[in-house]
Design a protein around this ligand. Structure first.
Ligand code: EPU
Length: 457
């Protein structure tokens, strides 16, 4: 895998995806499980961690906090996996060839100052806030800032931790949090079921004194995964997967070995891509119940969907019918699949209304899809898409992980060549994307792009 920021992905269209594809662990689970490791001294081992840039950056964040982070061979037969979703994912027998392991050795006193540039590059690294505050009573992190999908505040993280006794200050782009009297359990109501705020509060609460209640908590499968790992570490949590989490703080946690759940967003990308390309794709490595609404949408558009214990099959033999999509917190349609839903709408018969409720800037990549001939008009959180039989290949630019993947998939529904630049965004979330596309029959190449010409007066 290469990560050169100047790489491009060249798609020769039209293409049809057919065959089997294996999905590895969820990025948005693994990143937080790595942060959760900070809660216990000693060696935590995580399996089924995806080989993507964001994980490499998070590993570096932890190293700068004094942890020793190494890759370990895939899940060995008979490995003592004390938790993990073996049953739920249908794995856990130790034979999964794609399981990539990561060992994290956490010192008795991990550092409290995170690296400014690393945190700016990876918003998810803000999730060290809760664990470090709980263990060390002090933490300094860079303000992660916005990115190409919207403003993304931290107010709910700060308000919740403040209720638990933390004090915040900030200067020079950093925020500093201290808990002079130690964190204490509190009742916290979230204005919105924020994934990141729920995770930070949860990871702070497990070591706080007394009981914490998080109301209107996020219910994403990744939250349940963290709760499973924390519980195995000795935490006392009830309500995982519901909108009310109750946490009874304990004085100490122990490190464990854990297997990450499969990546529902990568899996959903294949489901939508199979539908759009009139293909036939079997996806393995994910619990299909994580994707119920997305799979229902592709079925409504005309695809045949078969769920099995470790994944699903999506087969399509005609032009998709237009379907409306509304993004919402889990179990709603995932915002991270919205770019693919726009692509599906762009080639469907009829008009679709796509509503984005989570990120205010998620339609920012729409002009790139329009370059491919998509007929899309946006107004605030709504996009009206008039489907056409086929798109038309053109050079386009990825602006974030999911927009990048969405453009590549849209390129499969276009005549001629689509060249997607800024591929480093896709590397942040999709391990071996091009390899998988080729395995499914797409004519697609990854190339080093020539440098862009510079002009001077
Ligand atoms: N928000 C606030 N204040 C806060 C926290 C959130 O206003 O204190 C707002 C955000 O600005 C956003 C909305 O609430 O508009 C949702 O944010 P949330 O906290 O739920 O999202 P996140 O934790 O920042 C995670 C994923 C995203 C995914 C969202 C929603 C990770 C690392 N990121 O982000 O994934 O879209 O949840 O499901 O877990 C991706 O993987 O490409 C990605 C963007």
């Amino acid at each position: 895998m290469t990560h050169a920021s100047s790489d491009v992905i060249r798609v020769e269209g039209p293409g049809r995806l057919a065959g089997e594809v294996f999905v590895t662990g969820a990025k948005n689970s693994s990143l937080k499980l790595m942060a959760a490791a900070l809660l216990a001294s000693g060696r935590t081992v995580l399996y089924n961690v995806p080989k993507i840039t964001d994980i490499a950056i998070m590993a570096e964040v932890l190293r700068r906090l004094g942890c020793d982070v190494r890759t370990v061979p895939g899940e060995a037969p008979g490995a003592d996996v004390t938790v993990g979703l073996g049953g739920r994912d249908g794995f856990g027998d130790g034979t999964d060839p794609a399981g990539d392991g990561l060992s994290i050795d956490v010192p008795d006193e991990p550092g409290t100052d995170t690296d400014y540039d690393l945190v700016r590059r990876l918003r998810a690294s803000i999730c060290v806030l809760g664990p470090l505050l709980a263990r060390r009573g002090r933490v300094r992190v860079a303000l992660p800032g916005g990115d190409a999908i919207g403003s993304r505040g931290l107010d709910m993280h700060v308000a919740g931790l403040t209720r638990m006794g933390a004090e915040f200050s900030g200067e020079h782009g950093m925020i500093e949090a201290t808990a002079p009297g130690g964190l204490v359990g509190a009742k916290v109501w979230l204005d919105f079921p924020s994934v990141g705020a729920t995770e930070n509060l949860l990871m702070a609460a497990v070591l706080a004194k007394g009981v914490t209640e998080i109301d209107n908590a996020a219910r994403e499968p990744e939250i349940v995964d963290i709760c499973d790992m924390l519980t195995a570490m000795g935490a006392r949590i009830s309500g995982a997967g519901s909108s009310k989490l109750t946490v009874e703080g304990v004085s100490e946690l122990r490190p464990v070995t854990h297997r990450t759940i499969g990546d529902r967003i990568v899996a959903g990308t294949w489901a939508l891509a199979a539908t759009m390309t009139r293909g036939d794709v079997t996806v393995t490595g994910v619990n299909p119940s994580f994707l119920e609404i997305a799979l229902d949408k592709v079925a409504t558009s005309g695809a045949t969907v078969e769920a099995h214990p470790t994944g699903f099959r999506v087969a399509m033999d005609r032009r998709p019918q237009a379907v409306d999509v509304v993004t919402l917190p889990f179990p709603g349609f995932a915002t991270d699949l919205m770019p693919m839903a726009l692509g599906l709408a762009a080639v469907s018969e009829g008009s679709s209304l796509i509503t984005e409720n989570i990120f205010d800037g998620r339609f920012m990549f729409v002009p790139e899809l329009v370059r491919l001939g998509a007929q899309i008009r946006t107004d605030g959180k709504h996009a009206v898409v008039r489907g056409r039989e086929r798109l038309s290949g053109a050079p386009v630019r990825a602006t974030d992980i999911r927009a990048g993947a969405g453009l590549v998939v849209a390129g499969l529904c276009a005549d001629g060549t689509t060249e997607v630049s800024n591929v480093h965004h896709i590397d942040r979330g999709y391990p071996d994307f091009v390899v998988d596309l080729r395995r499914l029959g797409a004519v697609v190449h990854r190339e080093h792009a020539p440098p862009e010409p510079t002009f001077a007066l």
